[in-house]
Design a protein around this ligand. Sequence first.
Ligand SMILES: [Zn+2]
Length: 435
Amino acid sequence: MKNEELAPHIKDITRALNGKVSEEEVERELQQWIGSYGVNLAEAKRSIVKKLGGDPQSLFTRTEKKIEDITGLERNLELKARILSINEKDIEVDGEPKKIHYGIFGDDTGTIPFTIWEPLPEPLDKGDTVHVINAYANTWNDKPQVNVGSRAKMEMLDDDEVPEFKREPQRCNIIDIREGMSQLIVLGRVLSVEKKIVQTENGEKELFSGILADETGKVQFSAWHDFELKEDQVVEIEGGYVRSWRGIPQFSFDDNAQVKTFDDDELPPKDVLEESGMMTISQLARRGGAVDAIVDAVMIDIKNGSGLIFRCPDCNRVVQKSACRIHGKVDGEPDLRVKGILDDGTGALTVIISREETEEVLGYDLDEAMQLARDRMDHGIIKDELEDKLIAQPLRVKGNVTCDDYGLMLIANQVREKKVNMEEEARKLLDEVRV
Ligand SMILES: [Zn+2]
């Protein structure tokens, strides 16, 4: 722990001991308790005061922080928070499978993502309130987050010990929607909506999900209440919150939200909004993903596993040398796809192009591709053709962008050659030079 972080606590202990002990001695004690004994700061302070003959009750510089004050540098963080969402994830640590939990903490000042790296002391649910001691914070995409590691302690609190997060609802353009936001007001046109029945811990629930768009972009929404949303309707939702799935922000709202319908001319028509959502790759990286995004970029590489490929009939994995990684020797089913790298000058991402779109690029279908490969006795020929057609080609690609440990991935459902308008490009260049 850094000295400047300890300084206020050293003063606090010295004061609680009425100056009987020097700050230097207190510092030595504190370093020892924290460093050698591995005790958390709050406990160490109480123990030192007790040991040196003072009253631990008279300590007051708390190590506890409010969420809005967390900077991402804290090494000995104490907070009281309400769990706004919690999810489980399987990861591998040194080749061993491990279950971790992640979600969003909230208090009366704000919300913050968290990860709990150790098994839970007891099952935790959305809505539970916890007291976390000895956590640490770091930043991810410039945003602070809380880590509850092996040295941390977590206790359940009574519900009323953490006030609800209450902030004035804020208006937000769809492109600015980020994980962890809450109390949002969003105006958008419903591009699609469908009803699903989902299994929750409280039994079956109706979920209305789809895509909402404004002039700035699109977002997936999840309504946990029947607001009678209809396709093409312009609505304003007040009181939504944002979770994310594989990096894609999901705008969620339940019966606490208010939904108002607006005049149709409040936003451009549906077909115009369908084409909104143009994003640069660096914007996508900052946001962590997007639904139905449009990216203008150049294909700079086509990876192995592109062109005519074979998939395991059991698990759909791509088969290498007639063997599936899981199922061994199998009779692979043929498929076409492209796995490539797109670069738009602001960044790069992996793109996966489905069979239908790959057929579109090639100008022939899977059967013809099979025939061609047989005639030439070379499966690689299709990949070669795709390279000729796509590499260095400016493309407009549309699809969902997810983000995980391997980075951004665009699952393309539409790939179009981008006609380069020389006049427009020249004007853009000039504008950039002028700036
Ligand atoms: Zn398989």
